[in-house]
Write a protein that binds this ligand. Sequence first.
Ligand code: GTP
Ligand code: MG
Length: 207
Amino acid sequence: MVIKTAEFVKSSGKWQECPEPTIPEYAFIGRSNVGKSSLINAMMNRKDLAKTSGTPGKTQLINHFIINENWYLTDLPGYGYAKVSKVKRKDFEKLITNYILERRNLVNLFILVDARHTPQKIDLEFIEWCGESGIPFSIVFTKADKLKPNVVIKNVEDYKTELQKTWADLPEIYVTSAEKKEGGDEILKFIEKTNDFLIQNSVNFNE
Ligand code: GTP
Ligand code: MG
């Protein structure tokens, strides 16, 4: 997909405050600091479209970007950030789960996991919840540049093995590096294909 325009729309503290759900939407989610905002910037070929930080917990609101004037890319707050109070963490969780369950134009959720780690309980639980809730999702490995390619392959295989304990069918899997601008094009191809499918089938989110 050629990115002609990528513009920030708004930050929302509630799903009800998000922009009108009239066009297809794709959202990035994952643990705090996993690299959601960085991957959005890499895919859009922009340095500071989404705000990034070395300190976890940077993105605390739902951030909408409109791409090519016809689909939304959404940067969600990270889950599982330990350094905020329990109450605040619960608020974040509610914000995220309400958004996912209520946002009717949400076409696919990209769940980002750090390519360096073995499957983490919090991610597996979140994936499980998405499956049970009937939310379409893909898994995106981030920060692949921090590992040797053969280690990335091994970690991805280990992840698949873990998922296969619960799921008969594996989701789509992408391996990315925001640093090296790798893997984002495959995600954009998937989004383009999906958007075409929605147009061909006259999917309308207004009902
Ligand atoms: P929150 O908004 O806090 O939930 O974090 P986030 O998931 O948006 O992470 P962010 O994009 O802010 O990146 C966190 C840190 O990881 C930053 O210091 C980035 O520079 C770094 N980072 C992100 N992606 C990559 C990558 O592909 N490779 C490397 N080497 N570093 C990365
Ligand atoms: Mg962020």
